[in-house]
Design a protein around this ligand. Structure first.
Ligand code: ZN
Length: 80
């Protein structure tokens, strides 16, 4: 496959196309969930988008790897 990416540079759509499922994690609650990429955020710059944890109100971070499969993060719980 060649040619330019059909997605906007640094957008969530591009990130997901490159890395597969995206995750949102809160380091205070040690929880994470799958980050859906609805139309509203598809073209947004992931570097400039901030998320907020629904439980503690702290910062949520976008991750490209499933957090509980990362070294030192095995205790992270998936929120469903
Ligand atoms: Zn939290």
């Amino acid at each position: 496959m060649a040619g330019p990416s059909p997605h906007k540079l640094h957008s969530f759509a591009e990130l997901r196309a490159m890395f597969g499922p995206l995750w949102l994690r809160c380091d205070s609650c040690r929880r994470f969930r799958r980050l859906a990429v609805p139309a509203e955020i598809r073209d947004r710059d992931w570097r400039l988008t901030r998320f907020k944890c629904g439980r503690c109100g702290g910062a949520g971070y976008c991750a490209i790897d499933r957090p509980d499969q990362e070294p030192g993060m095995q205790d992270y719980e998936e929120e469903t």
